[in-house]
Design a binder for this molecule. Structure first.
Ligand code: ATP
Ligand code: BTN
Length: 241
């Protein structure tokens, strides 16, 4: 069901390649490496050559923008299911966009909107997954990380990409039809924060609590002394305590 496949040796960022005129529904941009791979809020995504997966998918949707909060979680779920099908178990998602294994970052998801809003929202779904990144390339990553190859030796990037895209396309159909509600049960199986002590950090403001799942818009539910508080992904960071 992919409409267009754009394979590149190098690009600044596969998300950037889908912005503006570059956007098309079900267009997949894959790059061998990125010169300016990005995470949330302009953070750098380390993207060396011939080692990992960097790709972005264009997705046009009629869903209202408030419902898109659940989208990065659905993408995370699709990655976990695809990896399970390839025999890799134990991968979790740290709300809202980190793919992790035993607390080490295996990949990340960057969902963005592109300019043209005629006939629906143009959503860009960007995914980076570490497959066999050389250690030297990763010296600038300031948190614990891991390669898929450590979880399954000789895993093929091609197989991972194919499996994830397949899962994702199924999930996107469901998401478009039923929103995040269709996924809340699955989410609880991969939710790294469930029942854990966490801190939500927004600018200089820190709120402590315990992870209590997510709501039907994909907002994080923080159990605090004063009851359950929904947290929206926008500008917050989540840390374990
Ligand atoms: P937050 O909770 O605020 O989102 P975060 O540290 O996960 O925190 P992101 O913007 O989601 O921030 O991800 C970017 C971060 O991921 C970088 O600052 C870096 O620490 C880490 N990182 C960058 N490249 C890689 C990579 N290839 N593999 C694993 N981690 C990476
Ligand atoms: C994060 O953890 O903050 C998200 C990282 C997302 C990285 C991917 S790699 C492909 C796509 N292009 C980018 O510049 N970023 C995403």
């Amino acid at each position: 069901k992919l409409q267009q496949l754009d394979l590149r040796l190098m690009t600044d960022s596969t998300n950037e390649a889908l912005k503006g005129e570059g956007f098309a529904h079900n267009k997949l941009v894959v790059a061998e490496y990125q010169s300016a791979g990005r995470g949330r809020r302009g953070r750098k995504w380390v993207s060396p050559i011939a080692s990992n997966l960097y790709w972005s998918l264009g997705w046009k949707t009629q869903l209202p923008v408030q419902q898109l909060g659940g989208l990065s979680l659905v993408v995370g779920l699709s990655i976990v299911s695809a990896l399970e099908k390839l025999g890799v178990t134990g991968v979790e998602v740290k709300w809202p966009n980190d793919v992790r294994y035993q607390g080490r970052k295996l990949g990340g998801i960057l969902v963005e909107l592109s300019g043209d809003m005629v006939g629906g929202l143009n959503v860009i779904i960007g995914v980076g997954l570490n497959v066999h990144m050389a250690n030297g390339a990763a010296s600038s990553i300031e948190q614990e990380w891991i390669n898929l190859q450590e979880l399954k030796p000789n895993i093929s990037r091609q197989d991972v990409l194919t499996a994830v895209i397949q899962e994702l396309q199924k999930s996107l159909e469901q998401f478009a039809e039923h929103g995040f509600d269709a996924f809340t049960e699955q989410w609880s199986r991969v939710d790294e924060c469930f029942n854990k002590k966490v801190a939500i950090i927004q600018n200089d403001d820190v709120v402590n609590g315990i992870g209590a799942g997510v709501d039907s818009n994909g907002a994080f539910l923080l159990q605090t002394g004063k009851g359950i508080k929904p947290i929206y992904a926008g500008e917050v960071s989540l840390r374990f305590r």
